[in-house]
Design a protein around this ligand. Sequence first.
Ligand code: AHR
Length: 510
Amino acid sequence: MIFNRLLGSAASVLLMAGAAQAQTMIEIDRDAPIGTIAPEVYGQFVEHLGAGIYDGIWVGEDSGIANTDGIRDDVFAALDRLDVPVMRWPGGCYADLYHWRDGIGPREQRAGTVNMAWGGTPESNQFGTHEFFDLAERLGAKTYLNVNLGTGTPGEAQAWLEYITLPEGSDLAEERKANGREEPWTIDYLSIGNETWGCGGNMRPAYYADLYAQWATLLKTAGEMPKRVISGSHEGNIDYSGEILDHPGMGELADGISLHYYTLPTGDWGDKGEATGFPEAEWNSTITRTLRMEEAIEQSLAMIDKHELGQDFGLYVDEWGMWVNGPEGAPALYQQNTIRDAVVAALNFHLFHEHADRVPMTNIAQMVNVLQAMILTDGPDMLLTPTYHVFEMYRPFQGATALPVSLDAPMIGEGEGAFAAISATAALTEEDELVVGLVNADPNAAHRVTMAAGDARRARGRVLTADSIDAHNTFDAPDTVVPEALSVRARDGSFTVELPPRSVTVLTVE
Ligand code: AHR
């Protein structure tokens, strides 16, 4: 069977996808680029929560675990390979309880507090401002600071910004220097408050809008101002963001508004579904719910447009990812991560690429040991999750130009729960290479994809797949789900690739 034909236009690339039963044509339009995929679309979120920072990232200089200035070396090296573009810190819900002065100065003298946002666990404050900004600097990552609107004051936040960014000339700048950091750091993104509809204060949107406007007017950094992000709604409550934006002048006071969207396999916060050992029906519902991100993005953008804030007013999806039931007795929000998480991550990337012109940053929740993590640790041991591998495989998309892709994939399931078996994304890298991401979300069947790419000779990349829908890496078997190399030769200018069931593939066309 012929799956492919060359379109003959240098300006377009044709893909055709098919299964044994069905055949789908995918077209990539090079003539109408969507926009640059900001590297920050591959951003991370680091909250003081469970083992997200302590044990996961920070072990302290005296630890038996190899570390540099208290940051574990194994985790750092793994993160470094991801080209982490930006990190959001210190929360989340915790941001609204965080007082920055607790986390500066000699570590042995730092305040011992409790993390009332997440189970009243002890908080040693060993990881604070210096540790976060130094980590970001070592990783070459931008910084996204979430200031404490809930239990803080504008004065406290302003002092923090001055401490971080003022080169010299004030007591706060001198205090930073005395604490070991001569040069100021850069705050690239700033959010005022978090989930103000919930843990951040259960506020009416108009009340938060007044507070936001007041704080955004008063808060200043030295040098260039960070991009300012209003804390917006979650997917079920887009109107909340709309009412915030009703406040006059938000276009001048903010660069965008956030959206939080979590994928719960069951959709039920009381029983979200298990990380492993789940039924196939929950694989399917997870895919369906993930794909509803598109609706949430489009509703949010429509709401921004209704307020005439312009195309540059961004939608920041600064919390997203899988949220499942955690194991008994584990640190807060610790969960295992399977090939399902990898597929979920890639499907979200594809949706973000489709809106690259309007979504300047996203932050998966969260980086280490929390929710859909890149990395899990257990004492001195560390493993890379399937989600880690997908972030690593999609690195070529950071900074690339997203191209429109159209396809007509076979459907899995029926009615509201139906979803397309195949999802595709494409972009041109800065080196003008075509990179293609392909997901086969079918839990059971392989699907064949055929790509026609003009005079291209070869496509190379990797595929991540697994034998079962809940396959995952463990500390005893950390390489159960790892990417494998894939090289496809062009025949008459076209490629045919068989996508295994439950798989993610990234190919660069050469
Ligand atoms: O990511 C975990 C929590 O989820 C964050 O602290 C909060 O903002 C959200 O509800």
